[in-house]
Design a protein around this ligand. Sequence first.
Ligand code: PMP
Length: 375
Amino acid sequence: MELFDVYSLFNVTPVRAQGCTVWDDKGQEYLDLYGGHAVISVGHCHPHYVAALTEQLNKIGFYSNSVRNPLQEELARRIGEVSGYDDYTLFLDNSGAESNENAAKLASFHTGKDRIIAFRRSFHGRTSGAVALTDNPAIVSPFNAHHRVTFVDLNDGDAVADELAKGGVAAVIVEGIQGCGGIHLPSSGFLQALRRLCDRYGAVLILDEVQSGYGRTGKFFAHQWSGIRPDIITMGKGIANGFPCGGILVSPMFQARKGMLGTTFGGNYLACAGALAVLDIIEREGLMANALAVGDYIREALPKSGRIKEVRGKGLMLGIEFDERVAPLREALLYDKHIFTGVAGQNMIRLLAPLCLTRAEADRFLEAFNEVLAA
Ligand code: PMP
């Protein structure tokens, strides 16, 4: 049997990794400024993470959510502590898309309504419900319930107010920073306006922090730079450094009911052990502060003129925008300089490095990037 062929692949086969370094099957070393798409938060194969998962696997790897799992309770306590959302509750699932679908489902249970306001250039996942909230014509399918979703421009508070006034809106969903749509930041004033508008119209405010959260911007969640508190926060990607794990933080205004949400694998022992180890490492090694400092360092050092049109982002979530297609640049970085980077659309190089990226590693990237630009 062959694989269902849906991914465009690079001609590199990683077989081993450590920190921000990846080695391929030929022994070639690569610097990782992509983090497997913002998933490797604390670095590849961190010894504390590897030990925690190995130890847990030797104790118990899986049982169902029909029994008490003390690791889930410990994880809820720890996420509450580090994020400042200790009065919220945690539901664990398996991915970003699932988290967003669970958030939308809770919002519609809570309000009895079914419309959702999302934003142009949004990305919330690829499963049917999540892709309906995603503004990318390349990945929607006829099966999706698009008729219940209204897309408006990011940072256009008046447009959101107009849509809310039409009625029937269960939720407004917005990314902490739009990632796949090209590193677009909601302004603080806009998030504050969303908070006020959702309160006025009784709509649930959902912050998708799947890509922008978990310390990547220097605060635990990107929206915390604006001082607002959403009603539901969705998480995924970096939460367990590559062991599949997602989750939602739910404000105390929601009433849980048995059977309301559920999953087979979500919150399993291995995911929780991985997620707890990630929090240990983020805290012990000051990785949020590091992400902000090294991210700022890269931003400041990038050339401000020439082919680069704009640099946007915060911490280690950076987009370098060009007026030209960036595929050749990304390929030159990968094949000539041995550096992994991401892209967003056709014109943007997107950096989503592990939060432990050092200044020396940033310098290696900057030097290589300048050489590739000059070539
Ligand atoms: N939300 C955001 C903001 C994302 O960036 C992504 C993944 N790129 C998702 C949701 C979907 O996450 P997953 O692929 O784990 O379903």
